[in-house]
Design a protein around this ligand. Sequence first.
Ligand SMILES: Nc1ncnc2c1ncn2[C@@H]1O[C@H](COP(=O)(O)OP(=O)(O)OP(=O)(O)O)[C@@H](O)[C@H]1O
Ligand SMILES: [Mg+2]
Length: 419
Amino acid sequence: MTHSIDYRGYYLVFRDISRLVHSTSSVDEVIRLAVTKTAELLHAKGCLMRVRNPETGEFEVAAACGIAERFLNKPPVSCRQILDDLRGGEKVRIFRDIWAAPRTDSPQQVWDEGVRMLLDVPLYHDEELLGLIRAYLSEAHDFEQAELDFVVSLGEQCACALNKARLIETQRNHYDRLILQTEKLSALGRMAAGIAHEINNPLAGILLYGSNMLKKTEPDSPFRQGLEIIVRETSRCKGIIQELLEFSRHKTPKKCPTRINEIIEKALSLVDNELMLRHIKVEKRLAQDMENILLDGNQMEQVFVNLLLNAAQAIDKNGHIVIETRMDPCRRMEIVEITDDGCGIAPMDATRLFEPFYSNKNTGTGLGLAVSYGIVRNHNGHIKVASRMGGGTRFTIELPVDGASGAEPSDRGAMHGTP
Ligand SMILES: Nc1ncnc2c1ncn2[C@@H]1O[C@H](COP(=O)(O)OP(=O)(O)OP(=O)(O)O)[C@@H](O)[C@H]1O
Ligand SMILES: [Mg+2]
């Protein structure tokens, strides 16, 4: 049996779905509208939509309309099974015999519900299967090609809206995580500053009295070795506390027009010895068209020294460090990249790199990157890292030429990938 095509109805449904593609950012809204509109369009008794769960890869029931509640409790279906069911690559699959349709656990129940025909519409976006809509029709009839073509484009529009909403949701979650982490960092910073301040004075006292006693102790005294340990270890603690105080003091940068390449040369001269001892070769690719930029030279030098030392320590011996500078004229940013072929960073650790006291070195305080992050941010810049376990690491610093803040969402993002 055929029926006449309701072109106006088609147009209205298409318009609603197209609006959704451009406007909505809610996955739930997309799914809800997709099932109701598909049911409306096909004059179906009901519709059920399965959407791929990005974490498990399985297709879960996400929404339904016009069908019994129990359909909503259907278990997830594996991606493999869905693909097998769609083999043949049709854009729409019609099942006139509901007893032979895949994923129909109880055809009798479906029949009793008054369903006589099923129609599956896969939702593809860029060849990726994001979901599947199943329509339950109460009478078997023939569809015209124009109708089926329309259902296919409806599926494509739904997939597009779904994909867009998913992307926005991922970005939002990413931002929420960043905000949480920033709050955690600032609370940690305040706590660290408080502790450092309280410990600083008693430590100075211990060091003073310890050093005095050491001076007055004879070389063969049984107390000498103990006193030496007290003085040495207290000095080490003082060093850490001093760094911590520096970190928490948030010094406002004293900016003046500076050439970034010159700062890099100075930083390199400071770590020269360390690099030589470790047999590390440095390749400089410094662009000659770098503009004068407003910077606190001392602070930025500290950043590059920190990054170079980290790179050297990650290489340990016999490796390469590449330092590259370049202009991004479109974004008015100066970019510095420091790439090493050292041990790389595990994805788990990458998310914690910029936290104060995060270190996996025996002698590290874990403040180098936290301090560097603070300095770069005070210059309205961004610092990013890309790393691969065993494949080296690249730190990228972007600084606005005009000293203004540049929008960059993945700031501090520990992106994993090939450095
Ligand atoms: N280029 C790199 N390659 C591999 N791991 C790195 C690299 N840079 C940093 N890391 C990791 O990040 C951690 C934190 O670095 P950070 O500079 O903050 O502290 P640290 O080097 O351990 O101590 P310090 O306070 O002495 O700098 C390091 O312990 C190391 O595990
Ligand atoms: Mg360091």
